[in-house]
Design a protein around this ligand. Structure first.
Ligand code: SF4
Length: 371
């Protein structure tokens, strides 16, 4: 390693496989073990790391300033979609849906988009443990937008370094996406591509700051049920200070844990809007996919009740609608996210179920048959 590079600021926690500075990630096991390493999460015994900014080219220490001239970073382009989404959020609660299209298939994106357009307010095009290789985020977003949907792009820090993420953010802002969902990302040792090198140049808090600087509406995730449970609201507050405006609340076991989490965040001074995740299951394949989510906690009996029903699809849709209505009644909740994914080869059927759930939640009281 050149001597100059050894001087670069590296202050992430020693021993964290994701090199996180603002940990812990949401993947801490319920017994405190690391998501991927055979030791406890290294953040459990540390105080919550306060947001203290992101060192960029302009702020780089003199010791490395000679390595290159600062990048000519233009003023951010305000995202038209983010402006639309902020306006919508100011007047109504929203329904977002995970986008279920098959990876690397423009045809599947077009089909699923056509089914969902008009029935949800945006789709979250994020990470998938079952298909780590996806179209580049901005290209994927452009394909989805072409179907008439607003896109909320999930960006993770696993697959791209800071420079690559900055390029994606610039493209996504130009494209006018509704929002950026900033996550650190599961480690490559989980999911379908353990052969790939993990990057983790930044973490979710730092990426949220970059995205916010790019003029985008920024959301982050928090996992209320992951250790250290009592300090999750404090960690969220640091993400808010970095620039996040909204929090997608990971599956935490139902309405009561979500309400408690929001109240705890509010008590610390958070003014964020919250979007709890609704687990969507319509068959065994989608149940298996949901169960692959790290630190999944479902309402008691939720999955079992759906899978035991004579018509699992109908039961899964009804359960999601009911839970969605409960979530939307919680103070601080600005929307819900229909969360999950399709079993193999079932993307279109899953999209149809998401569309029906979205339609029924948005038209509260409409429990009629699928249109
Ligand atoms: S659980 Fe996450 S934050 Fe904690 S040490 Fe492991 S990778 Fe790092």
């Amino acid at each position: 390693m050149p001597a100059e590079l050894a001087l670069l600021p590296v202050d992430d926690a020693p021993g964290c496989p994701k090199h996180m500075e603002y940990g812990p990630c949401g993947g801490v096991e319920s017994d405190g073990r690391c998501e991927v390493a055979e030791h406890p999460c290294v953040f459990l015994d540390l105080p919550t790391v306060p947001w203290h900014g992101l060192i960029g080219a302009a702020e780089a220490p003199d010791a490395v300033a000679h390595l290159s001239a600062p990048d000519p970073v233009p003023a951010p382009v305000a995202s038209s979609g983010s402006a639309r989404m902020r306006t919508l959020l100011a007047t109504s609660q929203i329904v977002v849906a995970d986008f279920p299209a098959a990876a690397l298939s423009a045809d599947s994106i077009a089909e699923c988009g056509a089914v969902l357009a008009g029935h949800v307010d945006a789709v979250l095009a994020g990470d998938s443990g079952a298909a780590r290789v996806q179209f580049p985020p901005a290209y994927r977003a452009a394909l989805i937008q072409a179907t008439g949907l607003e896109v909320w792009t999930g960006l993770n820090c696993r697959d791209r370094n800071r420079v690559a993420l900055e390029g994606e953010l610039a493209a996504l802002a130009q494209l006018g996406v509704a929002g950026i969902h900033s996550v650190t990302g599961d480690h490559t040792l989980t999911g379908s591509r353990p052969d790939a090198a993990p990057v983790f140049d930044l973490d979710s808090t730092e990426l949220a700051a970059l995205a916010s600087r790019s003029g985008l509406l920024v959301s982050v995730a928090e996992a209320p049920a992951s250790p250290p449970v009592d300090r999750r609201p404090a960690r969220l507050l640091q993400k808010e200070r970095a620039g996040a405006e909204l929090c997608f609340v990971n599956h935490a076991g139902g309405a009561s844990p979500v309400r408690s989490f929001i109240e705890a965040a509010r008590a610390l001074g958070s003014t964020m809007g919250f979007i709890p995740c609704i687990p969507v299951v319509i068959d065994r394949g989608s149940a298996e996919l949901l169960q692959s989510f790290t630190t999944l906690v479902l309402p008691p009996g939720y999955l079992e009740g759906i899978l035991a029903a004579a018509d699992a699809r109908a039961a899964g849709i009804a359960a999601a609608v009911e839970l969605g209505r409960e979530f939307l009644g919680i103070d601080g909740v600005v929307g819900v996210n229909l969360s999950g994914g399709a079993g193999p080869g079932r993307a279109l059927e899953f999209a149809e179920a998401l569309a029906e759930i979205g339609r029924r939640i948005r038209n509260d009281g409409d429990d009629g048959a699928p249109g």
